[in-house]
Design a protein around this ligand. Structure first.
Ligand SMILES: Nc1ncnc2c1ncn2[C@@H]1O[C@H](COP(=O)(O)OP(=O)(O)OP(=O)(O)O)[C@@H](O)[C@H]1O
Ligand SMILES: [Mg+2]
Length: 261
């Protein structure tokens, strides 16, 4: 089976911007090629996801999960390493960030669909389905600022799951929306996976990951601590939260969090 995602030695460094460096220091650093000290949001992370599989990304707050998804989505260039994603991407992250409050529901639907790579004819074909899935019939002629925040997210989710991505990146989005809509979103993601899509899911809700993902990776301070079958990775991570398994983190070869200044 071929890989749908291949990430090799990914590192992302965040450097403080506009910090208190003097101009003289700044110029010196530029001339000597030295960089301001930063920290690794991701450090040397490698993994692959076979086509049609679901990968869960687990880890504590600040572990680097969203950073990893941003790199996979091509929104953030890694400082080193590389990533290859095969097929059309559809991202369910920061849902609705392409929306405009003064445009109507319909206009936003078309705009967001275009951002997600849908052609005009695909949009025409699927517009009714998108609105029906979002349960927003009767609202779409109104400007988006009149929608409740849950309604905005329904629209964004619905457009994204109708974009027919081969690879779907999901970052902690099912926490929004009411319980009935959450279940519906969940079912839809499962169906997409069963139809052959590759999923990468970030969530703190293990029930959702369990039903969507067969494999898992656990990040801690930007490092890959463990990868393997989802159940094993989830168990190791849970034990770590409960104060066990520290040896797994301690055993990583040189685990710098800060970069040299
Ligand atoms: N734009 C940024 N500039 C500087 N630092 C950032 C930026 N975005 C994230 N970080 C830092 O990078 C680290 C990883 O952040 P990230 O958002 O990837 O974590 P996460 O695993 O998604 O956490 P959460 O579970 O809270 O969503 C954190 O320490 C965070 O403070
Ligand atoms: Mg995050």
């Amino acid at each position: 089976m071929s890989d749908s995602i291949r990430a090799e030695n990914l590192s992302v460094i965040y450097r403080p911007r506009g910090s208190r460096r003097l101009l003289r220091q700044y110029l010196q650093d530029r001339l000597t090629g030295r960089q301001a000290a930063g920290f690794y949001a991701l450090h040397d992370v490698s993994f692959t996801v076979p086509r049609g599989e679901g990968l869960a990304v687990v880890g504590a707050n600040g572990a680097g999960k969203s950073t990893l998804l941003a790199v996979l989505a091509g929104l953030l260039a890694p400082d080193s390493g590389c990533v290859a994603v095969d097929g059309r991407l559809s991202t369910l992250m920061e849902l609705g960030s392409g929306f405009h409050p003064d445009l109507t529901g319909w206009e936003n639907l078309r705009l967001y669909g275009a951002i997600l790579g849908m052609s005009r004819s695909e949009l025409r074909e699927r517009a009714e389905q998108i609105v029906e899935f979002a349960e927003l019939q009767g609202y779409m002629d109104q400007p988006l600022r009149t929608f409740s925040s849950g309604m905005v997210l329904r629209l964004a989710f619905s457009v994204a799951v109708h974009a027919q991505g081969d690879v779907i990146l999901v970052d902690e989005i099912l926490a929004v929306g009411d319980a009935a809509f959450q279940r519906k979103c969940h079912r839809r993601l499962r169906a997409l996976r069963e139809q052959g899509a590759t999923l990468v899911c970030v969530s703190h809700v293990s029930a959702m990951l369990e039903s969507l993902c067969s494999r898992g990776i656990w990040l801690h301070h930007g490092r890959l601590v463990q990868s393997g079958p989802y159940q094993e990775v989830a168990a190791a991570f849970t034990a770590f939260i409960n104060g066990e398994n520290r040896h797994l983190w301690d055993a990583l070869p040189d685990a710098p969090v800060r970069t040299p200044g």
